[in-house]
Write a protein that binds this ligand. Structure first.
Ligand SMILES: Cc1cc2nc3c(=O)[nH]c(=O)nc-3n(C[C@H](O)[C@H](O)[C@H](O)COP(=O)(O)O)c2cc1C
Length: 195
């Protein structure tokens, strides 16, 4: 069990849950099982180790509410963030969201990276926005409709694969940094990931 890695999941409609469970299934084959704190409401920071994996969804261009509440209990942690969003992650808007999340986490912690996957947008939301007057800021034009349609294919296997390698790299970086501080020439006995 990866006791020193605390995994928090916030998911409203299931996209982030699908991504998180797919990723953890892959990672646990190599690193052993992870215990998942699924939409838990915390009242203290007890039990949160030094390394945190935060699975979140994007709400209004930043972290969702549960994830923000979770962060209230994190101070000086190393946090790797993996999220889903309705927009395209590889776009100017996607970069803006990643930057906003990075900044929110970095207020009291060390953010070790933000990975975003697209996640399906509720069809009712698409229909509602299509019916708005064209001058409304939320009116969906043809390009927007295509983006919403594309979102409904995600997260898919390729997203899960990309998120897994992102996390694997970041966890290795963390483990290597922990090993580097061992002064006695022996393998690291602190990080728990070198056995
Ligand atoms: C209230 C609300 C606000 C949202 N705000 C954004 C947003 O600002 N930008 C974006 O790209 N997607 C936004 N979305 C879409 C979600 O981020 C996306 O569907 C995500 O995959 C939901 O994850 P979940 O299924 O794990 O809850 C929003 C969705 C909801 C319900």
């Amino acid at each position: 069990m990866n006791d020193n890695i605390y995994v928090y999941l916030s998911s409203l409609t299931g996209n982030t849950e699908k991504l998180a469970k797919g990723v953890l299934e892959k990672l646990s084959r190599k690193n052993g099982p992870f215990s998942l704190h699924d939409n838990e409401f915390l009242t203290s920071s007890e039990g949160i180790g030094e390394l945190v994996i935060l699975f979140f969804w994007c709400r209004r261009g930043n972290l969702d509410y549960n994830s923000q509440m979770f962060l209230e209990h994190c101070k000086n942690k190393k946090i790797i963030a993996v999220g889903t969003m309705g927009g395209y992650p590889q776009s100017e808007y996607g970069n803006k969201v990643k930057k906003a999340v990075f900044q929110s986490i970095s207020e009291n912690n060390i953010c070790m990276g933000v990975f975003m996957s697209q996640g399906k947008i509720d069809i009712q939301r698409t229909e509602y926005r299509k019916k708005l007057p064209p001058e409304h800021p939320h009116f969906l034009d043809e390009k927007g409709i295509r983006r919403h349609e594309e979102s409904r294919k995600h997260p898919d296997e390729a997203d899960i694969e990309c998120a897994s390698s992102f996390l694997e790299n970041r966890i290795s970086e963390y483990a290597a940094a922990r090993e580097a501080v061992c002064m006695d020439g022996e393998p690291c006995i602190q990080c728990g990931m070198c056995n």
